[in-house]
Ligand binder design. Structure first.
Ligand SMILES: [Zn+2]
Length: 83
């Protein structure tokens, strides 16, 4: 863990990163959006469009990509073998 993780780090008007410590469980201090009760609650679906970028879809794509890569590898190896 490096020190940048322990600081709020929000850009201040002077251009320097905010040196305050973030609220527990948050990435920003209470002045910069880390105050409890701010922000969307977990599982909020207000901005949900199609789910292409949802964690579930991403995980599925990763699995499919891995299978596809394996298949391509197998094909490439078979092509190398003379018949
Ligand atoms: Zn801050």
């Amino acid at each position: 863990m490096d020190d940048t993780e322990k600081l709020c780090g929000a850009k201040t008007p002077s251009g320097a990163p905010c040196p305050s410590t973030p609220e527990p469980g948050r990435r920003r201090c209470r002045l910069h959006g880390g105050a409890p009760g701010l922000g969307a609650p977990k599982d909020n679906q207000n901005a949900f469009r199609h789910g292409y970028f949802s964690q579930c879809e991403k995980a599925q794509r990763r699995g499919e990509n891995a299978q596809w890569k394996k298949l391509q590898k197998t094909i490439a190896e078979r092509r190398k073998q003379p018949r």
